[in-house]
Design a protein around this ligand. Sequence first.
Ligand code: ADP
Ligand code: TYD
Length: 210
Amino acid sequence: MENGKFITLEGIDGAGKSTHLEWIANYLGGKGIRVLTTREPGGTQLGEHIRSLLLDHRQMMHAETETLLMFAARREHLDKVILPALNQGDWVISDRFTDASYAYQGGGRGVLIDRLQILESWVQGKFQPDLTLYFDLSIEVARRRMQSIKIADRFEKEQNDFFHRVRAAYITRASQFPERIQILDASHSIDDITDQLERILQPLLISLKP
Ligand code: ADP
Ligand code: TYD
């Protein structure tokens, strides 16, 4: 049986990932594809515990501790959820994956890229998403869209300059991996973005048997 495809969604907080993840899952489901949706940090019971520690705004931690916890949760996620699903032919769509560690821990917190690369190759070897959708949005618009959130988590409490560094790191990643990472202009309307998504997903669907 052919392996499923692994699709990841990336972008700063409020860029529209969760909204469009749901749309993609429905769209692919409508094509007869078995789809599993998941998220990082999290996606497993242990990973969700780690997520609570990472997002708790009262919990202080060193930037490298934060990085190690992200990759610990990812190791579990790959082993228990992502790889088994792909191996049985399901498609997996994850709200964030390793590019987020390069953007937030690397760009945002200043963790050395060499260290991230070591953890990446330790935890996932050469495994990479088949497609990454990067939702690019200005910090100002993202903040406006998130105004309804009552309690900001440990990342959402960061200042604008943190998110400027995160966004810049995402843009650098996209330019380093143009084959894998597709940039979407997330300032457009939801309808425009779903049109863009439909076009981007077409090549992945070609391999499907009728
Ligand atoms: P993320 O998962 O990236 O943090 P969400 O999908 O939760 O972002 O979107 C944040 C907010 O912005 C939500 O209220 C959502 O309804 C809204 N939103 C998402 N995409 C758009 C868009 N293209 N235009 C306007 N509002 C949007
Ligand atoms: P997210 O699920 O997007 O938060 P929300 O549900 O509030 O939209 O992601 C949680 C936070 O974790 C987000 O601010 C980004 C951060 N994060 C990292 O810093 N590094 C990582 O490797 C990952 C996967 C997420």
